[in-house]
Design a protein around this ligand. Structure first.
Ligand SMILES: C[S@@+](CC[C@H](N)C(=O)[O-])C[C@H]1O[C@@H](n2cnc3c(N)ncnc32)[C@H](O)[C@@H]1O
Length: 221
């Protein structure tokens, strides 16, 4: 018997479920789970990382909520909306083992942005559109979240950019995923520790020159 979640592609194939544990979460459960961290949507720059993101069910819900917030707060001026949309997209990260899921996740996220953007404004800025595509390419990556490696043979480290705004400029610093998550406040010693133990300050693997936020698409890699 078919149920209402059949159209959501929860299981794409039996073999994929066996080989990769691929069983996607249905939209009702996604919404309920994201509700649990609703307080994070009060800050536009709060970061979300999903280490086994599939084709993006959770990340799409996060983006949808963040874009709804900037629609409420910043849609009077297109230029403000665009800047905050860039900020929102830089705050969402994903890792997924299967390449086809990565392509789908990036496309779904882009389509959500595009739907919001084109509903609000008539004349769309192509530099913003290309920059959003670039951010999604860099933030949503193929890899094995357990070994911290990426590539077909898992031959290299997963690298993530950290993005920070300085007025209309953006600073990009690349970190290995392993070091990147060392930022997270956990019980381990970390950057935010205010206890006596030594804080861990990860070193970036590459620092990029300051760039205008609407020129992000110009990054070569
Ligand atoms: C249970 S599904 C969940 C997908 C998505 N998070 C959702 O809830 O709809 C698990 C996903 O993790 C991926 N996966 C399995 N092992 C992984 C690993 N070591 N690193 C990254 N992704 C992995 C699978 O390909 C699959 O798409």
């Amino acid at each position: 018997m078919r149920n209402k979640f059949d159209s959501e592609n929860i299981i794409k194939s039996k073999q994929r479920s066996v080989d990769f544990g691929e069983v996607n979460t249905n939209s009702e459960i996604v919404k309920k789970m994201v509700d649990l961290v609703n307080v994070e949507f009060e800050k536009l720059d709060s970061k979300f990382l999903e280490p086994a993101c599939g084709d993006g069910n959770f990340l799409c819900e996060v983006l949808e909520r963040k874009l709804n917030l900037i629609k409420k707060l910043h849609s009077k001026q297109q230029i403000d909306y665009e800047k905050y949309a860039i900020q929102v997209c830089t705050s969402i990260y994903g890792i997924e083992l299967l390449e086809d899921n990565i392509v789908l996740a990036r496309n779904r996220l882009f389509e959500i942005f595009n739907r919001h953007y084109s509903k609000l404004f008539k004349k769309l800025n192509q530099e913003i559109i290309k920059s959003i595509r670039k951010i999604l390419e860099l933030n949503i990556v193929q890899g094995d979240a357990l070994s911290f490696k990426s590539g077909k043979r898992l031959e290299k480290f997963i690298i993530f950019p950290e993005w920070s705004f300085i007025d209309n400029l953006i600073k990009r610093r690349d970190f290995t995923y392993k070091d990147f998550i060392a930022y997270a406040p956990t019980v381990e010693p970390n950057l935010f520790s205010n206890l006596d133990e030594k804080a861990f300050v990860p070193k970036s693997v590459k620092e990029w020159p300051l760039t205008k936020y609407y020129k992000i698409y110009e990054f070569k890699k």
